[in-house]
Design a protein around this ligand. Sequence first.
Ligand code: NAP
Length: 281
Amino acid sequence: MTAIILDGKALVKQREVKLESDVAELIQRNGNRTPILATILVGSDPASGTYVQMKGNACRRIGMDSIKVELSEETTTEQLLAKIDELNQNPDVHGILLQHPVPAQIDERACFDAISIEKDVDGVTTKGYGLMAMGEPAYGSATPAGIMHLLEHYNIELNGKHAVIVGRSPILGKPMAAMLLNANCTVTICHSRTTDLASHIKQADILVGAVGRPEFIKAEWIKDGAVVVDAGYHPGGLGDIDKAGLEERVAALTPVPGGVGPMTINALISQTLTAAQQAAQ
Ligand code: NAP
């Protein structure tokens, strides 16, 4: 068996062609108003700065704008809430991205939840998560939403499959579990207190690695024929899954880089366009 490579980078190129024409059509129909994503970066973490830059670049590639709000490392919860409120009130802003993580003194959950539901294009609010989990319309958390687009594009069968997700963070593991459950998978969620992790992973038809530790999930734990999605990204181009020999024996595999990362940004900008389309109605 040779694995299908779930090529996020190539799929994003295709999806951006359609997004670009949809943005142009919206601008023309909507009195030349360009859709805008506001990005908020608190502090000076270089990796977060790079992610925000990449998100702004992706907006411009498809003809949208982004405005960048940069706040100091010392920002308080109250100051950040005031900035989010200002962006919520601004009719020119269609989507708001608060880059995770924020400095420790900030109540991140309170700030995520302050984003108005119509502008929660990164799918981080408690309300958005609840709606999505119930199968109601809502913007999905960008990384799992991007993974779902990738699986759909490659016609990966989900119905009745056993999905095992390693990680239960609010932005990745938990919403991923809800999305796969809604797609009729039987879902197991593993985390740092899970006992005998390998035995759970061995049962996965679909495996999602979202642990945040380089090559933590070992190739020998993964069964032949599985679909392997690696959300991790670490210096040196490592993911959360050790892929030694996997290409010869699994059904499908995301590359790192070029798999989940580009799809995350694409889901974000695609959801920003949808928010702008809805605001225009
Ligand atoms: P996170 O908030 O740090 O969560 C990590 C999760 O892994 C937690 O739920 C934790 O369990 C679990 N975990 C930690 N040690 C474990 C162990 N020994 N056994 C089993 N589970 C363990 O990370 P995240 O934000 O979800 O990100 C996960 C990965 O995805 C990272 O590599 C990150 O870089 C990557 N990521 C990529 C993108 C992208 O666009 N490609 C976007 C976001 C994140 P507990 O809950 O019990 O602590």
